[in-house]
Design a protein around this ligand. Structure first.
Ligand code: NAD
Length: 499
């Protein structure tokens, strides 16, 4: 059985704690590897080594660090298929979707090539007589990224790119469900020229996470995962004096106005609701058609599209629409919530409960489900299901529809489908949600903008990637300098190289 350890000081290191977790193949339900779960002592040793390495890395000029990012982009493109295969094998998502996972992470590394520009400080000439004032952005030192199972390439890359380009060392604690891709990313960083010790991948569970949160050398913690863990990590990290940004779960609403192109809206809902088996924090899980007629027509268009979805293992080819969910526990939880929806009176219009895939009876496949007549008091409306289940809540008016999204405790993403610019503009202005799509179902911002939810979907005040990431992973130092007389050097005729 393959054993996955840690990546410490530029090489694979076997786990020393004696504790392991099974890495499953979600399509078959078989154990395909074991991943080591780090002890506090292993974590602390990796942090100490990272702190020693960071001193030289932080002092390296930003353009040289950016060149590592540039080389990494080339290597990610070179190994795209290998990385995607590792993701599909452990996560279960389709191969094209796994490539998208790598691609959206790679784009943040491309953005990080611009680190020298992003790290430039501010300067005031002659702030007083003979006085200049300048501020610089300096790395924090050792920082940590704790990431979820559902994007094992993209989210680790979102964390490590800005942190490393800004001159920090990073402890990455990826999900124990799909650890292979993050380990491959670390090896690619080394090949790209990253010095040993600057990126340490420590596999583990709560013990490793708590060790990160309590380690005095770790200066900042970036987390992505479920809301209860995000809240826990945010409060413990900040209580220990660390900078922290923690992104949590979601319940993303899509409002469909009577004037929307309903074929376009139905296609968008099917892709955004069922893609990656609904295991995306930006998945649409609630459809809110405005008006009974809109709702009836929308359901009519959705049902055949949903019934035609192809569910299967990634090995069955690229025309599969979605694969299994990640664990047996996730499957059981989804089916339990579906039962609660039926029991609480929602109408199950597409029933995937009996879905079976011949030859994969032990896999964690869940058929597509569509609910109609869902109401805000139901568990399927209040809870993040994180599976292929779309709930329809019928609203009588635009105000009722926007009110639902405004009142929901989550605030990650949302979308409105309409042909009316005034309605779209009002929605974008009033909604208390971090990412908004107008006729776009999954409005994930590109690398040079920032990504982050509001309300219970995000804790901390800066977003991921874009300029915010460079603010999060640096701190500002401001210098006031007075030079009563200048320093005069002799003439220099050559451009000086910056070392
Ligand atoms: P999770 O919260 O179970 O795990 C995330 C990380 O926390 C993992 O590394 C895990 O090992 C660690 N962890 C788990 N339990 C812990 C505990 N008790 N103490 C300390 N650490 C613990 O989340 P997941 O199931 O891997 O990912 C799915 C969730 O992530 C969903 O809720 C989804 O919406 C969310 N998500 C959010 C975003 C976003 O940007 N807002 C993006 C992707 C996923």
């Amino acid at each position: 059985m393959e054993q996955i350890g840690h990546w410490i000081d530029g090489k694979h290191v076997a786990g020393a704690s004696g504790r392991f977790a099974d890495v499953m193949n979600p399509a078959t339900g078989e154990v395909q590897a074991q991943v080591a779960l780090a002890s506090k002592a292993e974590l602390d040793a990796a942090v100490a080594s990272a702190a020693r390495a960071q001193l030289a890395w932080g002092a390296t000029n930003p353009q040289r660090r950016a060149r590592v990012m540039m080389a990494l982009v080339g290597l990610l493109n070179r190994d795209m298929d290998k990385l995607a295969e590792a993701i599909s094998r452990e996560h279960g998502k389709t191969f094209p979707d796994a490539k998208g996972d790598v691609q959206r992470g790679l784009e943040v590394i491309e953005f990080c090539i611009g680190a020298p520009h992003l790290l430039k400080g501010e300067f005031t000439d002659s702030a007083g007589p003979g006085i200049d004032m300048y501020s610089m952005r300096q790395p924090l030192g050792v920082v940590a990224g704790i990431t979820p199972f559902n994007f094992p390439a993209m989210i680790p890359l979102w964390k490590m790119g800005p942190a490393l380009a800004a001159g920090n060392a990073m402890i990455l604690k990826p999900s124990e469900r799909d650890p292979s891709c993050p380990m491959m990313l670390a090896a690619l960083c080394k090949e790209a020229g990253l010095p040993d010790g600057i990126l340490q991948v420590i596999n583990g569970d709560k013990e490793a996470v708590d060790a990160i949160l309590d380690n005095e050398t770790v200066q900042a913690v970036g987390f992505v995962g479920s809301t209860p863990i995000a809240q826990y990590i945010y409060s413990r990290a900040t209580a220990n004096g660390k900078r922290s940004q923690c992104f949590g779960g979601a319940k993303n609403h899509m409002i469909i106005m009577p004037d929307a192109d309903l074929d376009q809206a139905a296609d968008a809902l099917v892709g955004a609701g069922y893609g990656a088996a609904g295991e995306r924090c930006m998945a649409i899980s609630v459809a809110v058609p405005v008006g009974e007629e809109t709702a009836d027509r929308l359901i009519e268009k959705l049902v055949p599209r949903i019934e035609a979805l192809k569910v299967g293992p990634y090995t069955a080819g690229n025309d599969i629409d979605f694969g299994p969910v990640v664990t047996a526990a996730a499957k059981a939880n989804i089916l339990r919530l579906v039962e609660s929806g039926v029991a609480q009176g929602a109408k199950l219009v597409v029933d995937g409960r009996d879905f079976k895939l011949q030859g994969y009876e032990n896999g964690y496949f869940v058929g597509a489900h569509l609910f109609d007549h869902v109401t805000p008091d139901m568990d399927i409306y209040r809870t993040e299901i994180f599976g292929p289940v779309l709930s329809t809540v019928r609203a009588a008016s635009y105000e009722e529809a926007i009110g639902l999204a405004l009142d929901h405790e989550y605030g990650n993403g949302t979308a409105i489908f309409t042909r009316d610019g005034d309605t779209a503009r009002d929605f974008a202005n009033r909604i208390n949600i971090g990412m908004v799509g107008i006729n776009v179902p999954i409005p994930v911002p590109l690398a040079y903008h920032t990504f982050g939810g509001w309300k219970k979907s995000g804790f901390g005040d800066l977003n991921q990637h874009g300029p915010d990431a460079f603010r999060f992973y640096t701190r500002t130092k401001t210098v006031t300098a007075r030079w009563p007389s200048g320093i005069k050097e002799g003439a220099a005729f050559n451009f000086k190289a910056m070392d």
